[in-house]
Design a protein around this ligand. Structure first.
Ligand code: NAP
Length: 225
């Protein structure tokens, strides 16, 4: 990444929190396109509205996003939302919405990008420590986060995908927790974004890291050169 030769970075879920902080860092080196439901109104970012909810609209909505961006060199998947409730508390629509946001949309995006392009230079999947920790009151979130992690690991075996980073953060101070109380000291999303950019600049083909709190620290789980 150099300032002279800007590549296109697409951040799904880049309108707030960690995705937004990543976009603000990357704007120096990339043409950054961010998606979400609310425009973050940042002049250095190109906002593309995208609501991920209903299965029958997803494919055409993602086509619209990809047409706007053109060639995607770096894809960051950061969309996600908190969902509290035991499995029997969740409605059908809750289950479908979570799976669409965390798994159907990134799978379709990778399918569409790789059908169109010969190469994807980088893929960063933001999962969660819930990817590895069973959660009684977040069963579909935990399952879909694990699914996103495995999607990224599997796609990293495709020779057209040059570099894949899976970052699984612990609790962060973002809108994810809006209106809810959370125990302990949460991670600053800006700090997490800086760590992810530093990690991404390293040489590897696949890397999975946990970004932990109390104290804030990085734990590398898997590296493939
Ligand atoms: N915060 C935490 O404690 C924590 C911990 C572990 C992992 N994570 C993961 O980190 C990632 C970033 O989350 P964050 O903490 O930065 O939260 P955030 O500030 O709420 O950001 C979430 C992003 O996802 C987008 N999004 C959510 N639901 C969407 C939907 N149905 N359709 C389209 N876009 C949607 C949001 O867009 P709009 O706001 O514009 O709708 C926003 O851009 C998520 O994948 C989350 O699961 C968060």
């Amino acid at each position: 990444m150099t300032k002279d030769d800007k590549i296109n970075a697409l951040i799904i879920g880049g309108s707030s929190g960690l995705g937004l902080e990543l976009g603000l860092f990357l704007a120096e080196y990339c043409n950054v396109f961010v998606t979400g439901r609310k425009d973050p109104q940042k002049k250095q970012l190109h906002f593309i509205p995208l609501e991920i909810k209903k299965s029958h609209l997803l494919s055409s909505d993602l086509d619209r996003v990809l047409t706007r961006v053109g060639a995607v060199e770096l894809l960051i998947y950061a969309a996600g939302f908190h969902q509290d409730g035991a499995i029997s508390d969740l409605e059908d629509s809750d289950i479908i919405a979570m799976i669409n946001v965390k798994l159907t949309a990134p799978a379709m995006l990778l399918q569409k990008i790789l059908r169109k392009q010969k190469k994807l230079s980088g893929f960063i999947a933001i999962t969660s420590t819930s990817q590895l920790t069973p959660r009684l009151r977040e069963p579909v979130y935990a399952a879909a986060s694990a699914g996103l992690g495995m999607l990224a690991r599997s796609v990293s075996l495709d020779k057209r995908v040059v570099k894949t980073l899976v970052a699984a953060p612990a609790g962060m101070k973002t809108n994810f927790w809006k209106g809810k109380t959370r125990k302990g000291v949460l991670l600053e999303p800006r700090w997490v974004a800086e760590r992810i950019i530093d990690l991404y600049k390293m040489k590897f083909a696949y890397k999975q890291v946990l970004i932990l709190r109390e104290p804030p620290r990085i734990k590398t789980a898997v590296v493939v050169d």
